[in-house]
Write a protein that binds this ligand. Structure first.
Ligand SMILES: [Zn+2]
Length: 196
């Protein structure tokens, strides 16, 4: 999930320092972009809590941070395993987490609609309605069970990332009108004749 909201994106881009912007672009280039078919695939349960899993999680946290995102799922880097990383909490008390084999064990009845971005759908923000509170159960990188109760943006981020593990994108969760507009923006631009 991308952190950027609306008009702020434009202003931020101008103010970003060039080195950080270059790192952001490099990170985004390593994240699958719509309509990459990997984004539509279902990830399999993780069975081995080994060094490979830890390395994958470290790489994903680095890419997420460099791309200025607040969440990244394994399917977004082409790995079909049930793992996502995210940043929970406030910016001054940020908590970088990795959740393996996550499930929402309970969700409150109250639902909220907010605009969401996605590191795999650059330049679009879509209104998405989701439960405002939930309990997430998962494993940590060592295979130990973890349970967290989340609300607000934190609850939204984990639901967004969990969707990725099932091949679901915010395009599937928004209004018909917003989807039409987003697809028009995401349509690949025709190559200019004579361009290498
Ligand atoms: Zn996303």
């Amino acid at each position: 999930m991308a952190e950027e909201h609306g008009q702020v994106v434009e202003d931020d881009a101008k103010e970003r320092d060039p080195e950080r912007e270059a790192r952001r672009r490099l990170a985004l280039a390593q994240i699958r972009q719509y309509p990459d078919p990997a984004l539509r695939l279902h990830a399999a349960e993780v069975e081995a809590f080994d060094d490979d899993l830890r390395r994958l999680s470290e790489r994903m946290l680095r890419l997420m941070t460099e791309a200025s995102g607040i969440g990244l799922a394994a399917t977004q880097v082409g790995v079909l395993r049930r793992l996502f990383v995210c940043r929970l909490g406030e910016e001054d008390a940020e908590d970088l987490r990795a959740f393996v084999n996550p499930v929402v064990s309970s969700a409150g009845e109250e639902r909220e609609t907010e605009e969401e971005g996605c590191l795999s759908l650059q330049g679009v923000l879509l209104p998405v309605e989701r439960p405002a509170r939930l309990t997430l159960e998962a494993r940590d990188l060592s295979g130990e069970p973890v349970q967290v109760e989340l609300e607000g943006l934190d609850a939204r981020v984990v639901q967004h990332e969990l969707d990725h593990l099932d091949g679901v994108l915010i395009l599937d969760r928004t209004t018909d009108e917003a989807r039409r507009e987003a697809l028009a923006k995401l349509r690949p631009r025709p190559q200019l004749a004579g361009r290498a």
